[in-house]
Design a protein around this ligand. Structure first.
Ligand SMILES: Nc1ncnc2c1ncn2[C@@H]1O[C@H](COP(=O)(O)OP(=O)(O)OP(=O)(O)O)[C@@H](O)[C@H]1O
Length: 210
């Protein structure tokens, strides 16, 4: 089986306008950084990987994940995690329940509690389980959102400018956490960013759309 995220002759067009083309492989644990000006198609590429591209786009080529062709696979069956600029925590659930939401079904209640407690420790938020998400700082909320996504054990991780609202120091910490976790879990990552420092920290291939 061919591990990682494979883009084979992927082309996206809108009407008669060619938007982008991608041919590459993101190996497990590696980061593909996608850069380019506003409107160049960065989010459109992520939408295609997620399975949520608007029908008005035309696509050719093939994306496969760990040897599985994603063509026609519905978004919920792709097992791909995504993080956005905003952490998007559920406001009506406390921090622990937000994390538990990411756990695979079928875990016992005790196992869930233990995994959530362990996850909180890993992101230095021990004891924050009962807190309301609105009481978290930006960096704390970003860490909870990341951990919720990782707990769902995604086969790939997409990052749509997830660090852009954090200050310089938090940004560096989050990069280290995200890329380190992706490496440990051996999942391929696609990072959309405007920040060259993100690309440098990611360390992998950089695609520049125009
Ligand atoms: N649903 C849609 N229908 C038609 N055109 C769309 C649709 N979504 C996006 N587009 C167009 O596709 C192009 C690429 O948009 P996209 O959002 O991927 O750019 P981007 O590089 O992510 O930009 P930004 O950095 O501003 O987020 C733009 O010209 C946009 O207007």
């Amino acid at each position: 089986m061919s591990k990682g995220l494979h883009f084979q002759g992927v082309r996206i067009a809108h009407g008669t306008t060619a938007l982008l083309s991608v041919d590459t492989v993101v190996a497990p644990g590696e980061v593909l950084t996608v850069m380019g000006p506003s409107g160049s198609g960065k989010s459109t590429l992520l939408n295609l990987v997620m399975g949520g591209l608007a029908p008005s786009f035309q696509t050719t080529g093939c994306i496969s994940l760990d040897g599985r062709d994603l063509t026609g696979v519905p978004p919920e069956a792709r097992h791909i995690g995504i993080l956005y600029q905003d952490p998007l925590l559920f406001p009506h659930l406390d921090v622990a329940s937000n994390l538990a939401f990411g756990l695979p079904r079928g875990c016992s209640r005790a196992a869930r509690r233990e995994m959530v407690a362990d996850a909180l420790k890993q992101i230095n938020l021990d004891g924050f389980g009962p807190r309301d998400p609105s009481t978290l700082s930006g960096g704390q909320a970003a860490r909870v959102a990341l951990m919720r996504t990782l707990l769902s054990r995604p086969c790939a991780l997409l990052l749509d400018e997830p660090f852009s609202k954090l200050d310089t120091e938090l940004r560096a910490q989050m990069r280290e956490l995200v890329f380190g976790r992706a490496r440990d879990a051996a999942i391929p990552v696609v990072l959309v960013t405007h920040d060259e420092a993100d690309a440098a920290a990611a360390g992998g291939e950089v695609i520049r759309l125009d």
